[in-house]
Design a protein around this ligand. Structure first.
Ligand SMILES: Cc1cc2nc3c(=O)[nH]c(=O)nc-3n(C[C@H](O)[C@H](O)[C@H](O)COP(=O)(O)OP(=O)(O)OC[C@H]3O[C@@H](n4cnc5c(N)ncnc54)[C@H](O)[C@@H]3O)c2cc1C
Length: 396
């Protein structure tokens, strides 16, 4: 059989996973990435549930574990930093998972273990993708022409190619009204090896997490959110500073450090829901198809899993792309639906607005993390679990 040819757009977790597996199956792989070079940035993600097995099948489990962020547990702290509750972190999928890793380290690990022969094009994007009788014809904004048998769109939540290939009524974008600002800040003597989580009024959270690079990873998350997308970095951070002016705890330190950091990532949480993830020779993987957001967790796990499942189904149905993409979608959809279905009232619980709401939140947190209820609390962090068996890749 002639070597098949795939273009993967987006070189992060989903795209790299698809490239890894399809190249291993003998496909010619061309990756297109909008950024001018490989993107190393990003904060904490984790590998949970079925994605642990995918990682194992890639022989990368130990490698990713070696890059653990060094976090040993998760605690809730009050305004003075005193621990008021400890979230369960025993077992592989606790609040602090066994495989906690920085997004950049994770992506770099997959990148560095790709089978030889994956071609990378940086600083380019897809302009048109025209499906014809024999192949799909891609033209990029730099004028490259790339005929291929398959296009994998793995461009993340704000995917432009998705929005060109699929009609507006096929893509639902649910704004969760939560803004998150992630950044890398200098580590201080008071930082420890736990994820410290502080809630205050007006729906504001502050998180500090250790990393394996001698720095601290900070997150400011708040709801109602603030759409900062159209703003320059300085203006966006000034808006966040206003919001956190009286937030207390470590807020002043985090705000000052964000101003000086070159690794700040701002996201207005948006869930993506689609009626279908494939059309002709085009298929979506990862956040581009179903962004679950950090509220649901598990985005990196689903992205990694999607690359494997896609390749396995293409290997199972080598002569029928439509059957392969349908089987991919059938396998992934229940897993995605499960992660996307946020428990009712989660946002109000996570982002209390008033002093009374905050007190109730503290009380509920204490009860939920008390020894008798710990097994129930542990269930909240178990994502990307499935009773389905991962499809195998048939021997060629
Ligand atoms: C730089 C960066 C930092 C992140 N930091 C965090 C974080 O701190 N916390 C967190 O929870 N999640 C973070 N995320 C998101 C997280 O990686 C994803 O939610 C999850 O891992 C799913 O990955 P994905 O591969 O589907 O999408 P993403 O990781 O979002 O990757 C999409 C990739 O596609 C590229 N791209 C976008 N548009 C185009 C285009 N038109 N053409 C070609 N390429 C395109 C992007 O540059 C990126 O490399 C970050 C993502 C990135 C890219």
């Amino acid at each position: 059989m002639r070597e098949r040819n795939v273009v993967v757009s987006g070189a992060s977790i989903a795209g790299l996973s698809a490239a890894f597996w399809l190249r291993r199956l003998g496909w010619q792989v061309t990756m297109i990435e909008r950024a001018p070079a490989f993107r190393d940035g990003g904060q904490n993600v984790d590998v949970r549930g079925v994605a642990r097995e995918v990682l194992d099948r890639m022989s990368l489990f130990d490698e990713v574990k070696r890059q653990n962020t060094t976090e040993t547990g998760t605690v809730v702290v009050d305004a003075s930093g005193k621990v008021t509750a400890e979230l369960p972190s025993d077992g592989p999928d606790g609040a602090t998972a066994e495989l906690e890793v920085l997004r950049g380290d994770f992506a770099r690990t997959i990148h560095d273990h790709l089978p030889p022969g994956v071609a990378f094009v940086y600083g380019d994007t897809i302009e048109t993708a025209t499906d014809g009788p024999e192949s799909l014809h891609i033209v990029t904004s730099q004028g490259r022409e790339l005929p291929c048998d398959l296009l994998v769109i793995a461009e993340g939540v704000r995917s432009a190619t998705r929005d060109r290939v699929f009609a507006a009524d096929e893509v639902t974008q649910d704004d969760l009204d939560v803004t998150m600002v992630f950044g890398t800040i200098p580590r201080t003597a008071g930082d420890d090896d736990r994820w410290r989580w502080h809630n205050t009024t007006r729906g504001r959270q502050i998180h500090l997490r250790p990393d394996n690079h001698g720095t601290t990873r900070a997150i400011l998350a708040y709801s109602p959110g603030d759409d900062l997308a159209g703003l320059g970095r300085g203006e966006a951070l000034a808006r966040v500073r206003d919001r956190y002016a009286d937030a207390g705890w470590e807020a002043p330190r985090v705000l000052d450090a964000f101003d000086a950091s070159d690794d700040v990532y701002i996201d207005q949480l948006t869930q993506i829901r689609m009626t279908t993830w494939h059309r002709g020779r085009t298929v979506l993987a990862g956040d581009a198809g179903w962004c679950v957001t950090p509220m649901g967790g598990g985005g990196a796990s689903l992205a990694l899993t999607s690359g494997y499942v896609l390749a396995a189904q293409l290997a199972t149905h080598p002569d029928d792309t439509e059957a392969a993409l349908t089987a991919y979608e059938t396998w992934m959809r229940p897993l995605v639906d499960d992660v996307q279905g946020l428990p009712r009232g989660l946002k109000q619980f996570a982002y209390p607005q008033t002093r009374t709401g905050l007190a109730l939140r503290h009380l509920a947190g204490k009860v939920l993390t008390s020894p008798p209820l710990k097994p129930l609390a542990a269930k909240f962090t178990q994502v990307a679990e499935t009773k389905q068996t991962l499809p195998d890749i048939p021997p060629s």
